[in-house]
Design a protein around this ligand. Structure first.
Ligand code: ZN
Length: 362
């Protein structure tokens, strides 16, 4: 009798457990990454070492009026008005090391492919993912797990500035449309905007081979959001990392601010549309950190001690409005994938993935 009662309680527990999934309001996920943007700028604004160094900016004093104050709180608001006026009030920002709020890569590579694999599949895979080569990812990303489910099939989309994303997401196997690098919008019913972006992407030449300028990525993604209404959207902005590699601090700062404005535009659209409004969680993070000196800031990778230091943010109907997180603790980008599944009311099937970020869910 006692044993049977226990069985009943266990069964009831399972039922309550699965019913809890229904209580979350999140039905759509928007994941955004910001290649190689340092936590130092996110939490302290433009860096005093670099903001007016003529070796790193084209025109002396060009950044001061818009980005400089002696107060780091003012500086960060000048650089990221959306993050500090909206996400800091309605969402959460992790990674200010001044409070012992640590976010780090689980992988020890500290460059892009290993970083994106970690965010998307939920675990580091240093033995197999140790270069940025265009090799199809053997790991299954959370995007692919979702795209296998009838409820999400055909409703998962990805846009990226870097031409390695089709391999990281394994577009071939996953069937997820990945518009990345210099790919154009394709298909039978292109909108006028998509046709114009296709033209302009060809006519406006950016400085890099494998990475397009972010406006193309952003406007393709915005147009798809409005016309195709994905339930799961991933956008990977790329400029910041490449400007930093080129030691162009002015361009890095301008691009960072523009990306903040793009994310504001996305969030405002989501909150204006009945499919998305108060039913969408937006998570924003980064693939790796970078160095802190005048020479090492341009780079990252395992030889640069600070390059595994990263950050993340979230805003959505199931995330407490804690703002800038000041509790001590350690988080990793490997925790994002399981957290996304939890928000959608499901258990992430990959055992190796990091745990749920419990502070991110009410
Ligand atoms: Zn890089």
């Amino acid at each position: 009798m006692k044993k049977r009662l226990i069985t009943v309680f266990v069964l009831a527990g399972i039922l309550v457990g699965s019913a809890q999934g229904q209580e979350y309001k999140t039905e759509n996920i928007v994941l955004i990454t910001f290649d190689g943007l340092r936590w130092q700028e996110l939490f302290k604004g433009a860096d005093s070492l670099m903001v007016n160094d003529t070796g790193m900016i084209e025109t002396p004093n060009s950044l001061l009026a818009d980005y400089w104050s002696t107060d780091p709180i003012k500086r960060r608001e000048m650089l990221f008005p959306f993050f500090w006026n909206t996400i800091a009030k309605e969402g959460q920002l992790y990674g200010n090391r001044a409070y012992g709020n640590l976010v780090d890569n689980q992988n020890k590579m500290w460059f892009s492919y290993p970083g994106y694999n970690e965010v998307l599949s939920g675990f580091a895979d240093d033995p197999r993912i140790n270069s940025n080569d265009k090799i199809n990812n053997q790991n299954v990303t959370f995007l692919e797990y979702l795209n296998r489910m009838p409820e999400y099939k055909g409703k998962v989309m990805a846009f990226g500035s870097w031409d390695v994303f089709p391999y990281i997401i394994n577009a071939e196997r996953s069937g997820i449309p990945v518009n990345a690098g210099f790919a154009k919008a394709t298909g039978p019913n292109l909108t006028e905007k998509e046709q114009l972006i296709n033209r302009m992407q060809y006519e406006i030449r950016g400085p890099w081979d494998g990475v397009r300028l972010d406006p193309f990525t952003h406007h393709y993604a915005m147009e798809a959001l409005k016309t195709k209404k994905p339930k799961v959207l991933y956008i990977a902005y790329g400029e910041t990392d490449d400007w930093a590699h080129g030691n162009k601090y002015d361009q890095y700062i301008w691009s960072a601010k523009q990306t903040d404005a793009y994310i504001k535009e996305i969030w405002e659209y989501l909150q204006s549309d009945p499919q998305y409004k108060d039913k969408t969680t937006m998570i924003i993070t980064v693939d790796h950190g970078r160095g802190v000196t005048k020479t090492s800031w341009t780079g990252h990778g395992s030889s640069i001690p600070e390059a595994g230091e990263i950050w993340m943010m979230a805003i959505g109907p199931d995330t407490p409005a804690s703002g800038e997180m000041k509790i001590k603790g350690q988080w990793q980008s490997a925790m994002v994938a399981r957290t996304v599944f939890q928000l959608l009311g499901m258990e992430y099937p990959e055992e190796k993935a990091g745990p749920v970020i419990k502070e991110m869910i009410k």
